[in-house]
Design a protein around this ligand. Structure first.
Ligand code: MN
Length: 478
C-alpha cells in the first residue's frame, strides 16, 4: 500500500474510532474492534485500500452521529457510495418461509452487486466477524443470525467463488445451528486426523521425491483437512459412515503451469493406483462457479484411500478468494504472478462468463490503482440486466432484452413454446423490455411450437435469433 492509501486507511480508522467511542460490542470489546476486523477480512482476500477504508467506515452512518455526507466530504464519492451501499443493503432478515426469503435476499444481494460488487464483499467480511463473535449474543439471536449466514451469505460467497469465506461462514453457522453434530464431527475428524497426520506426512514426502525425480517444479505440496460442515454434509450422504469418505484428508499439489498439472497426475498415478471413477478434471470442465483443479483418489501406502488435488497457484488462489483473486491477478499483483509463473498462463475458456468479461474489460484499463478501483464500480454492468426465473435463478441479459430472449436463454424448448410472459406476476407483451431485477415467468404451449417472424424484429440476443431462424428454416418459412 502506498503512503497516500495508508494515510486514507489511517484517517478512516481515526474517524471510526472517534465516532464509535463509548460504544461497546455485546462481547464487551470496544466497538471499533468490529469494523477493524471487517477491514482485516477484506485485506485477507486481497482487496485494496478503498474497499478496506469503506470496510472500516461501514457502520458509521447507521450507528453514529457522523453522516454519509461527512464521509463523502472527507473520503470522496466512491468510498461514500460503498459505505452507503452497505448501509442500504441493511439488515437482511428472514421472514416468512425459508425459500421465499432466501430468494428475495439473494436477489437483493445480486442487485446490490450489480451496482458494485465491493458492497457485497464488505457485507460478507462484516458477517464473518459477526459470526466469529456470535457467542456473546442471546441464543435466539444466535440461531437467527446463524441461519441467515448458512442460507444467504455462505451461498453468495460460494457464488462469488470465495471458498475461504464460504467455508468459515458455514463452519461457524453449523456450530450454532447443530451444536451436537458439530461436536461429533469435530471429535470424529480429530481422532481420524491424528491417525492420518503421520500418514499424510509420508505421502507428501514420497510425492515430493517422485516429482523431483521427474523434474517437475513444485510450488507446494501439503496435507489439508476437509472443513467441518462439508464433512457433515458428506457424512449424511453416506449414512454417517466415515470410512466411505475418501477426501476427509487429502494432499494438494501446487504446480506452476496447467501442463504441469497433467504431468503431475501421470506421475501420481504411476506411483499410486487410482480409484476408478474418482478422477475429476475440473481444469477442462470447471465447476459453474469457476472452480478449477484436478482431483483423483488413490490407493496410498498401506492401501488407504487418499484424495489428491492438483492445481496451479492461480487456481488455488481463485478457489480460496474467488472474484477477489481475479482482481488480484488481473492487476496489482503482477510481480507476484511473474514470480510464480515463468510464462503467462492461458486464460481458461470456461469460467463464469461475467467474471471473464469483467476481467477482459479490466485488462483494457490502466494499471494505476485509481483507475483500477474506479473500474470496480462495474460500469460494465450498465449494459447488463439480471432477471430471475420464478425459481430464483439468475439470467444475465443485454440491455433491452425481451421475454423471448429470456426464454431462449433458459432453454431453447421454452423459447420455441413461448406464448406469453409475466413480469413480477403481471402479463406483458413479448416485446416488453426487461428491467434489472424483474422476475420473468414464461407461459408455454404444450401442444405446439410457435416462433414467429415477428419475434426477429424485437429480440436482442443472437442466441434467440439463431433459434428462431432455425425453427423457421425447419418449417420452410424461410
Ligand atoms: Mn457491521
Amino acid at each position: 500500500m502506498d503512503s497516500k492509501n495508508e494515510a486514507m486507511v489511517r484517517s478512516a480508522y481515526a474517524l471510526a474510532e472517534k465516532a464509535h467511542t463509548n460504544q461497546k460490542r455485546k462481547s464487551g470489546e470496544a466497538y471499533i474492534d468490529h469494523p477493524l476486523h471487517t477491514a482485516m477480512n477484506l485485506a485477507k482476500i486481497g482487496l485494496g485500500a478503498r474497499t478496506i477504508t469503506a470496510g472500516i467506515l461501514h457502520d458509521v452512518p447507521e450507528d453514529t452521529d457522523v453522516t454519509i455526507e461527512e464521509i463523502e466530504k472527507k473520503f470522496g464519492k466512491e468510498i461514500a457510495a460503498l459505505v452507503d451501499g452497505v448501509t442500504k443493503l441493511g439488515k437482511i432478515k428472514l421472514r416468512g418461509t425459508k425459500e421465499e426469503n432466501y430468494l428475495e435476499n439473494l436477489r437483493k444481494m445480486f442487485l446490490a452487486m450489480a451496482a458494485d460488487i465491493r458492497v457485497v464483499l464488505i457485507k460478507l467480511a462484516d458477517r464473518l466477524h459477526n459470526m466469529e463473535t456470535l457467542g456473546s449474543l442471546p441464543p435466539e439471536k444466535q440461531e437467527r443470525i446463524a441461519r441467515e449466514t448458512l442460507e444467504i451469505y455462505a451461498p453468495i460467497a460460494n457464488r462469488l467463488g470465495i471458498g475461504d469465506i464460504k467455508a468459515r461462514l458455514e463452519d461457524l453457522a453449523f456450530q450454532y445451528l447443530e451444536p451436537k453434530n458439530y461436536e461429533y464431527i469435530i471429535k470424529l475428524s480429530a481422532t481420524e486426523q491424528e491417525q492420518r497426520k503421520k500418514y499424510i506426512k509420508t505421502v507428501v514426502a514420497e510425492l515430493k521425491k517422485e516429482l523431483g525425480k521427474e523434474g517437475i517444479r513444485v510450488v507446494d505440496v501439503f496435507g489439508r483437512a476437509k472443513h467441518i460442515y462439508s464433512l457433515f454434509q458428506k457424512l449424511k450422504k453416506h449414512d454417517m459412515n466415515i470410512d466411505k469418505i475418501y477426501d476427509l484428508v487429502g494432499v494438494r499439489i501446487i504446480v506452476p503451469e496447467i501442463v504441469n498439472c497433467y504431468e503431475t497426475l501421470g506421475i501420481v498415478h504411476k506411483k499410486y493406483r487410482p480409484l476408478v471413477g474418482r478422477i475429476k478434471d475440473y481444469i477442462s470442465l470447471p465447476k459453474p462457479n469457476g472452480y478449477q483443479s484436478i482431483h483423483t483418489t488413490i490407493f496410498g501406502p498401506e492401501g488407504n484411500f487418499l484424495e489428491i488435488q492438483i492445481r496451479t497457484k492461480k487456481m488455488d488462489d481463485e478457489a480460496e478468494f474467488g472474484i477477489a483473486a481475479h482482481w488480484i491477478y488481473s492487476e496489482n499483483k503482477r510481480s507476484f504472478k511473474d514470480m510464480l509463473f515463468r510464462k503467462k498462463t492461458k486464460v481458461p475458456d470456461q469460467e463464469l462468463v461475467w467474471i471473464k468479461q469483467l476481467r477482459e474489460w479490466q485488462n483494457g484499463l490502466g494499471k494505476d490503482d485509481q483507475e483500477f478501483m474506479e473500474g470496480l464500480k462495474i460500469d460494465f454492468f450498465k449494459n447488463h440486466i439480471f432477471a430471475f426465473t420464478p425459481m430464483g435463478d439468475i439470467i444475465d441479459l443485454p440491455e433491452e432484452a425481451t421475454p423471448i430472449d429470456f426464454a431462449y436463454r433458459v432453454h431453447s424448448e421454452i423459447g420455441d413454446r413461448a406464448v406469453g410472459a409475466k413480469v413480477n406476476g403481471h402479463i406483458v407483451t413479448l416485446d416488453y423490455k426487461v428491467k434489472n431485477g424483474e422476475i420473468i415467468e414464461i407461459l408455454t404451449s404444450k401442444d405446439h411450437k410457435n416462433p414467429s417472424r415477428d419475434w426477429l424484429r424485437f429480440v436482442k440476443t443472437s442466441n434467440a435469433k439463431a433459434h428462431i431462424r432455425k425453427f423457421m428454416k425447419k418449417e420452410g418459412m424461410i
